[in-house]
Design a protein around this ligand. Sequence first.
Ligand SMILES: CC(C)(COP(=O)(O)OP(=O)(O)OC[C@H]1O[C@@H](n2cnc3c(N)ncnc32)[C@H](O)[C@@H]1OP(=O)(O)O)[C@@H](O)C(=O)NCCC(=O)NCCS
Length: 185
Amino acid sequence: MKSFLKVDDQITIHLPKLEFAEEIFEIISNQQLYLGEWLPWVERTKSVEYLRAFLKDAARFNQGGQKLTTYVLYDGKIAGSVSFVKIDKEMRTAELGYWLREELQGKGIMTKACQRLIDYNFRTKAINRIEIKVATNNGKSIKIPERMGFLHEGTLRQAAFFYNQYFDMELFSLLKDDWLKMKNE
Ligand SMILES: CC(C)(COP(=O)(O)OP(=O)(O)OC[C@H]1O[C@@H](n2cnc3c(N)ncnc32)[C@H](O)[C@@H]1OP(=O)(O)O)[C@@H](O)C(=O)NCCC(=O)NCCS
């Protein structure tokens, strides 16, 4: 299967395809407790049909440039997703989001996939700033922007509301200049 971006021999990044629906749905429905802790859309994902509709919308938003949803495959199987969940073309900013299936944590898959998508976008698209917003208590996720050299800009107080409660979010950002400097370019 042709990939959108290759990360290494095991990790590839793919645009949404309807044929992924069953595999993604199986992960989401089997890992509800783990994924749902920080991703409120997990409990809305109740059927393969819902996921098919999501994938169709995602392809449309990708084409329109409002978002960039992609899926990460590890050894040819869906491992998770790394996406620009919001793109503001006028301001040249994008917000990165990600999830990984539980048993594939701890191998650096998501950090490597994020780095590949970030590099591709800074080099080929008019995006100057990438943000990551992570709930203050989501320690595993906070390590990802930290590991990639994002700047911690502060805490967004009660910036998210799900499961009937407010969550503070940590705001991280990376500029194109920061990225090229890190690459010595
Ligand atoms: C957030 C999430 C993607 C983090 O997964 P992860 O496996 O820790 O992240 P990575 O794939 O980047 O792997 C990093 C881990 O692999 C280790 N690792 C091994 N080889 C590595 C390599 N070559 N490069 C980087 N890290 C490597 C790191 O040390 C780190 O482990 P540690 O946390 O014990 O220090 C995952 O926990 C998840 O999907 N959670 C649920 C959904 C969620 O919270 N999404 C984010 C919402 S903001």
